[in-house]
Design a protein around this ligand. Sequence first.
Ligand SMILES: *Cc1c(COP(=O)(O)O)cnc(C)c1O
Length: 374
Amino acid sequence: MATKSKIWLSSPHMSGKEQAFVKEAFDTNWVAPLGPNVDGFEKGLETYLGEGSHVAALSAGTAAIHLALVLLGVGRDDEVICQSKTFSASANPIVYLGAKPVFIDSERETWNMCPDTLEDAIKDRISKGKHPKAIIAVHLYGMPYKVDAIHDIASNYDIPVIEDSAESLGSRYKGRKCGTFGEIGILSFNGNKIITTSGGGALVSKSKAVKEKTVFLATQARDDSPAYLHSHIGYNYRMSNILAGIGRGQLEVLEDRVSKRRSIFQKYKQELESESIRFLEEEEGFYSNRWLSCILTESREMREGIRLLLESENIECRPLWKPMHQQPIFADAPRYINGVSDELFEKGLCLPSGSNLTDHDLDRVVKTLKSYFN
Ligand SMILES: *Cc1c(COP(=O)(O)O)cnc(C)c1O
């Protein structure tokens, strides 16, 4: 029998509008990490996010987190609090700066940073003589974290929040767009995200001055002087005008992409929800872009059974993020653990969720998954 066609977890989904912007960049020879598409993409994101946001387009979400930490003055031996259940890119930039990550476990309602554990950790770090310099909180799989609770604690202890919104463009908390809550927000346009520039990211801030400082740092920190004068260490992190053209085309269909991903989640839930398969609900005030649809099974054994079955049918899926406190690279990092993220990792699985999934493919995933229980 011929191999069944591959169903991807989350693959790029072009609208057809991208190439006109890219062509214009070629036609006008704006083939550089600046130009009208970069400006246009930033304006588009600022309008979309609202709240007086100022956006700097960068080469990656990881670069945005790195610069966010630089902007907040994080340096050698500083401690930075980070959600443990996330992709490693949330935490790696802490190490780039010689600072130390401190990992915080999740709660069950959103799977994101647990406010109680966060507060215990802050008190404990302070009692050890270390006042955390920043908190990196993540809206995982598009589900907003408990914004009010996390930000109340952060402001009580006067610690700025970096809002890792890489997976949650299009999500909302109490009606307000994710990416606009933190002292600094970050976005990703990597190939698997809800919209993509093939690779890219952005830093969202509340002031023009922070945006200008970001662009300055991202373009080698050249002082305003005819000579190449440098009084800061710089980075080469600006987004290309070609890629920003892709972004402009993608931004036009962002809301469609969100609706499609949400309908995929609904379909899975309708077809598969049972005693054995559970889904993460939206609490009052939470609106997820459902970047990835995730299921929670009863056990690691069941999760593995389903994962291997899907793989054998050429359907891509993957366990929920392995918590950072379980990663060899962070073996020495302090951690405040309540068991939730470990359990989610054991039992959870991400299903194909791309907005270009056909009904036929979706049915194939559902049928395969149901066959596990027969
Ligand atoms: C994708 C992702 C990033 C990194 O973004 P890149 O654009 O790939 O560098 C950071 N944090 C989270 C939670 C992500 O999913």
